[in-house]
Design a protein around this ligand. Structure first.
Ligand code: IMP
Ligand code: MG
Length: 180
């Protein structure tokens, strides 16, 4: 796969760099969630790569679950609204819940998701995000754990998409269309 074929001009984080950082985060989470049997929640689909890699770096008993939350329309601008298309199957009441997210951009998705899940009385509710784009934040939210802080660019790869494309790239690249 040639980068140019994908309108991806720049690799922001290589597969190796991602792997190293994910292992570091996994170590921290292993320590912080000892004896807590955390419930790790993956909001589909963007987080799948990060989720599947980081759960294997968390070396304590834990459980996993999936949700589908829609936030983005078919363009690069957030709609500002979320819709829960699939709830976690586990009851989160009294659980230590950790949301594993791909990226916090405006923060609207996580803000609403956190508010909704808080109402179900988890023992704790935290966020681990691979990427943080603080320059575009609208909602008052921050990740409790963060892989990398990035500039205001649209990124794809390692699970993240543009109109469902590029999720399979093993690295994270900056997307720039021909006419930007
Ligand atoms: P937010 O509600 O604006 O924080 O957006 C959150 C969701 O939008 C993320 O979980 C991603 O799925 C998607 N998103 C935000 N920025 C990007 C990006 O640069 N590339 C790909 N997806 C993004
Ligand atoms: Mg996401």
């Amino acid at each position: 796969m040639k980068l140019s074929e994908h309108e991806i001009k720049k690799v922001l984080f290589s597969a190796e760099e991602i792997k190293t950082r994910v292992a570091e985060l996994g170590k921290i989470l292993t320590e912080d969630y000892k004896n807590k049997n955390p419930l790790l929640i993956c909001p589909l689909k963007g987080s799948i790569m990060f989720f599947s890699d980081i759960v294997r770096e968390i070396k304590i008993p834990c459980e996993i679950d999936f949700m589908t939350v829609s936030s983005y329309n078919s363009n690069t601008v957030s709609s500002g609204e979320i819709k829960i298309l699939k709830d976690p199957t586990e009851n989160i009441n009294g659980r230590h819940v950790l949301i594993i997210e791909d990226i916090i951009d405006t923060g609207l998705t996580l803000y609403n998701l956190k508010k909704m899940l808080s109402g179900r009385n988890p023992e704790s509710l935290k966020i681990c995000t691979l990427l943080d784009k603080p320059s575009r934040r609208i909602a008052d939210i921050k990740g409790d754990y963060c892989g990398f802080v990035i500039p205001d660019k649209f990124v794809v790869g390692y699970g993240m998409d543009l109109n469902e494309k590029y999720r399979n790239l093993p690295f994270i690249g900056i997307y720039e269309s021909e006419n930007t």
